[in-house]
Design a binder for this molecule. Structure first.
Ligand code: NAD
Length: 474
């Protein structure tokens, strides 16, 4: 086995300011309340960030309303498209800076922020730029109208990518936005605000208000917001559904998941093992569609498990800025605590826990890649979303049993199927109650492809032509 020399990406490309205000009406305003955002890999304070109050959120919504009425909704689609293309190109130009900043604030490996997050962010803006002057061909009527002001609240696991999923279709359709990033990962959204200035986007079209749950609540319940889009936990999603109930606001919710990744005996086992690892350890398992329940056909269980353990022993956990790193830091102390608690419950309930030998850094928030075997459907680790690098392994004998176990969850966001047979893929895809079913791959994303869940995973679709619907008055 090769030893790897450290290959850290330089952080000198990012220029983090000591403190950030709120981006309202194309200007930076100070904000009355502030808190710190830290690097989860070493607990170093990165910057102070404003936590927007109700009156500051109100100012942002008013700015978005004025920009909607006076500029953006009346601008021809081909003109709006030019701004979106410009934003996409600036993102590409500043890609390295954005990737380093995302890894610093979130803890994800630079390999992922550089090769997955940021390229997909640019791709989303390019993709929706293309739709801005073709809305009449999207299948929602000949001349669909925008809705108005969108209030958007996003989580910390893919900070800039979730921003792109929300802002790109909203602007393409002619809406203006007020977006609140997660309190632990605000920095790339604040640089995005600078990018909007650089692109000379008219003031008020995009407003960024940082802060925690109260700021989010003030935004989604503001009477001047016409459309609410939320990605985050099922619990907060429910609270938001209650907050907007009875109003005329349109709502889309992208919530949690507990995906089954199903390996049949005829699957190419080496590829399947790569897919299992990618399914649960990508982004430290902080992925709503993570393949957190592995279902293996009993006849190949020993082979799959031995191969999975061999592969896991090669995963490199550590400095997110090192280009060799596979698994970075857990995003926050609170999330680490949640992962620890659920893992302890897994052991207490009788499942067997295994992690490869790996040294974790002393400072920061870290959790070794972990699998649980001997898991039954009744175990909490098989039912609840852990949102960390923890895999529960179950077995099945027949395809019908695989379907039944896979669907035995309150969630319905994604699933994976590994098999040599095309007919079996189609048979399974017809029966799995999940918004996305990957076949012989996992965690693949494309701006042209819709994404979203059933049941407690939420409603509405983001991405693709379908993603426009949420931002059009259809
Ligand atoms: P969270 O629900 O705690 O927070 C999400 C966002 O909501 C944050 O910005 C937070 O400040 C804000 N918020 C908190 N309380 C609020 C309130 N009462 N009103 C309005 N906003 C409020 O979730 P999290 O811990 O940041 O993210 C993890 C969750 O997100 C997981 O459950 C994961 O599955 C889910 N997620 C889903 C998708 C998807 O597309 N389905 C994508 C990424 C993450």
């Amino acid at each position: 086995m090769f030893e790897y020399a450290p290959a850290p990406e330089s952080r000198s490309i990012v220029d983090i300011k000591p403190s950030y205000g709120l981006f309202v009406d194309g200007q930076w305003i100070d904000g009355q309340v502030r808190d710190k955002t830290v690097n989860p890999a070493n607990e170093e304070v990165l910057a102070e960030v404003a936590w927007a109050t109700e009156s500051e959120v109100d100012a942002a919504v008013r700015a978005a309303r004025a920009a909607y009425e006076n500029v953006w909704s009346t601008m021809p689609g081909r003109e709006r498209a030019k701004y979106l293309f410009r934003i996409a190109r600036i993102i590409q130009e500043r890609a390295r800076e954005l990737a380093v900043l995302e890894s610093l604030d979130n803890g994800k490996p630079i390999r992922e922020s550089r090769d997955v997050d940021v390229p997909l962010v640019a791709a989303h803006f390019f993709y929706y730029a293309g739709w801005a002057d073709k809305l009449g061909y999207a299948g929602f009527g000949a001349s669909p109208r925008p809705i108005g002001v969108a209030g958007q609240v996003i989580p910390w696991n893919f900070p800039l990518l979730m921003l792109a999923w929300k802002i790109a279709p909203a602007l393409a359709a002619g809406n203006t936005v007020v977006l609140k990033p997660a309190e632990t990962t605000p920095l790339t959204a604040l640089v995005f605000a600078e990018i909007c200035q650089e692109a000379e986007l008219p003031p008020g079209v995009v407003n960024i208000v940082t802060g925690a749950g109260e700021t989010g609540h003030a935004l989604v319940s503001h009477p001047g917001v016409d459309k609410v889009a939320f990605t985050g936990s099922t619990e907060v999603g429910r609270a938001i559904a209650r907050a907007v109930a009875g109003s005329r606001k349109k709502l889309t919710l992208e919530l949690g998941g507990k995906a089954a990744n199903i390996v049949f005996e005829d699957a190419p086992i080496d590829q399947a093992v790569e897919g299992i690892v990618n399914g649960i350890f990508f982004n430290q398992g902080h992925v709503c569609c993570a393949g957190s329940r592995l279902l293996v056909q009993e006849s190949v269980y020993d082979e799959v498990l031995a191969s999975l353990k061999r592969r896991m022993a090669l995963l490199r956990v550590g400095d997110p800025l090192d280009k060799n790193t596979d698994i970075g830091a857990i995003n926050s102390a609170a999330q680490l605590e949640r992962i620890r608690t659920l893992s302890e419950i897994g052991s207490e309930e009788g499942a067997s826990r295994w992690s490869p030998p790996c040294e974790l850094p002393e400072r920061g928030f870290w959790f070794a890649p972990t699998i649980f075997t001997g898991v039954t459907q009744a175990h909490r680790i098989a039912r609840e979303e852990i949102f960390g690098p923890v895999l529960s392994v179950l077995t099945f004998r027949t395809p019908a049993e695989a379907v039944e176990k896979a669907n035995n969850t309150p969630y319905g966001l994604s699933a994976g199927v590994w098999t040599d047979k095309g007919s079996r893929i189609l048979w399974m895809a017809d029966r799995l109650r999940a918004g996305v079913v990957w076949a012989n791959t996992f965690n693949k994303f494309d701006p042209a492809s819709p994404f979203g869940g059933y049941k407690e995973s939420g409603y509405g679709r983001e991405g693709g032509r379908h993603g426009l619907e949420a931002y059009l008055d259809v």
